[in-house]
Design a protein around this ligand. Structure first.
Ligand code: AMP
Ligand code: MG
Length: 334
């Protein structure tokens, strides 16, 4: 298959919409990461997403919408809190899990009785959803398990020849995937941290709890509330460790055959090969760069990578959550 590289102008967007209406799959920019989109109502199109990514069949997809009315078509038993969250955080990087209607095929929800819904703010994504007239199921547009794509080039590197088209848009400005919360149960639960922080959510949902899988590994046999959280994820091929604590420079300077992934503030103290992933003082920069940096780690041709862990608050919680998975839960505490 030849993958069309489309501009994000009117004609590129029209071509993308036509492909989606015909049951094809298209890489699209969003503010979080690039998504691999297909018509959420068409099981054959959804199958193509799972095939191209090599995504496990039991990992459900997020449905992207452009109008609040679509929520009533695809979800039921909608609590008032969902509408308050939508009002406050949509369009934007928040995904809300609700009970689903029969309009959502089982392959989208991976057999669950719930559906995950998000309204993105990226202009190109919004136009594609509106002009196609379709809710779009879209996971991240990468090969399953590899770092998520935050540039159009990342999508091409992973999926060229496997998907119908990519809209070659701008780099993603949030840089990590959406925050996922469930409002389908008795109490609100944070399933995955992301661009909307736990602190922001607590202002509206004071009783929100954090699912165990956010910060730790599930025991074998334990059921995942969010199936995506049980998989090895975001991982470079290089053996990667997450390092917590202050004396990162002293620690990595004793390592050989290794690359250090560090904050800009400590760069000058580090004497081994290094990659800066942003400023500790501005954790949103860590989120913006982390997935590109995880891809770069493999270009350093070292055996090991040591990544300095961010603080676990604000957007840092989302970065930490991705990094413990990239490190396959190998955490070194200094
Ligand atoms: P991705 O598409 O790569 O951003 O992954 C989507 C994430 O949303 C995964 O972690 C899924 O497990 C999670 N998710 C999607 N649908 C549901 C659902 N119905 N219930 C719980 N988690 C979900
Ligand atoms: Mg993903």
């Amino acid at each position: 298959m030849i993958t069309q590289k489309l501009n994000t102008d009117k004609s590129g967007i029209e071509t993308a919409c036509q492909i989606l209406k015909n049951g094809g799959v298209v890489g699209i920019p969003t503010e979080t990461v690039y998504g691999l989109a297909a018509n959420a109502f068409n099981p054959k199109a959804i199958e193509k997403i799972f095939g191209a990514k090599g995504r496990p069949q039991d990992n459900p997809l997020i449905v992207h919408i452009a109008e609040i009315e679509t929520v009533y078509e695809i979800a039921k038993d909608i609590p008032k809190t969902a509408l308050i969250c939508a009002e406050k955080f949509w369009p934007g990087p928040l995904t809300i899990v609700l009970n689903k209607t029969n309009k959502i095929p089982d392959c989208v929800s991976a057999g669950l009785s719930t559906v995950a819904i998000r309204m993105p703010s990226n202009q190109t994504a919004r136009e594609v959803i509106s002009k196609s007239g379709l809710p779009l199921a879209a996971p991240s547009a990468n090969i399953s398990g590899s770092p998520s794509p935050t540039t159009a080039e990342h999508v091409v590197n992973d999926l060229d020849g496997k998907i119908d088209a990519v809209l070659m848009g701008e780099n993603c400005n949030v840089g990590v995937e959406s925050t996922v919360i469930s409002l389908a149960g008795e109490k609100p639960v944070l399933l995955r941290p992301g661009g909307i922080t736990l602190e922001q959510l607590r202002e509206i949902l004071p009783d929100i709890t954090v699912n165990k899988a956010v910060l730790s590994e599930l025991e074998s046999g334990e059921t995942a509330a969010s199936p995506g959280m049980k998989y090895k994820h975001y991982a470079p091929k290089t053996e990667t460790f997450l390092v917590e604590g202050e004396n990162f420079a002293d620690f990595v300077n004793q390592k050989s055959n290794a690359v250090a992934v560090c904050f800009a503030e400590e760069e000058s103290d580090i004497s081994i090969p290094k990659i800066i992933y942003g400023e500790k003082a501005h954790p949103e920069t860590l989120a913006q760069n982390i997935f590109s940096v995880l891809r770069e780690v493999d270009n350093s041709n070292t055996k090991y990578a040591y990544i300095h862990a961010p603080e676990k608050d604000g957007i840092g919680l989302a970065v930490y959550n991705r990094l413990i998975r990239a490190a396959a839960f190998k955490v070194i505490k200094l």
